[in-house]
Design a protein around this ligand. Structure first.
Ligand code: MG
Length: 163
């Protein structure tokens, strides 16, 4: 097993920061939804935050396995106000598209460096991003379809509380 390049290690460490930042953003969205009385949606977002923390841990464990150093960096203060539940899920979708772009760039780097172990590990994250984007997109489409009436938001809140 050959050593990873410093550039690759740095990019994974920065992704650990980005995953933890994602968790923080989703927790902030969850807090906003709780405040709006949308407990089901808040629950969904809290689960999402938990998944992001698992992603961070997965990257951390990968660095440990490769004998590389994990370095945690500062995460930014998340937004606290959103444009209703539709605004929340639209931002979540945009954020997941941004995360996918980051992972593509990491894959490009792994391939350039012929680091096939890292490329193989990243493949899992690319597959995961398909799911992340599609689940957020589905909720955005539902909210658009329902037109944001109180009754429809109430029903969707119940549905998302099942996650
Ligand atoms: Mg993630």
């Amino acid at each position: 097993m050959s050593a990873m390049t410093p550039k690759m290690i740095e990019s994974i460490n920065d992704q650990i920061r980005a995953e933890l930042e994602s968790a923080y953003i989703y927790l902030s969205m969850s807090a906003y939804l709780e405040d709006q009385g949308l407990k089901g949606m808040a629950h969904w977002m809290r689960k999402q935050a938990g998944e992001e923390m698992e992603h961070a841990e997965k990257f951390m464990n990968y660095l440990y396995e490769r004998g590389a150093r994990v370095v945690l960096e500062a995460i930014a203060k998340p937004a606290t106000d959103f444009d209703g539940p539709a605004g929340v899920f639209k931002e979540a979708l945009k954020h997941e598209q941004y995360v996918s772009g980051r992972i593509y760039k990491m894959m490009d780097l792994a391939l350039t460096e012929k680091d096939h172990m890292t490329a193989s590990m990243l493949k899992w994250f690319i597959d995961e991003q398909v799911e992340e984007e599609s689940s957020a997109d589905e909720i955005v489409k539902k909210l658009e379809f329902l037109g944001g009436s109180n009754a429809s938001v109430y029903l969707l809140d119940k549905e998302l509380g099942q996650r």
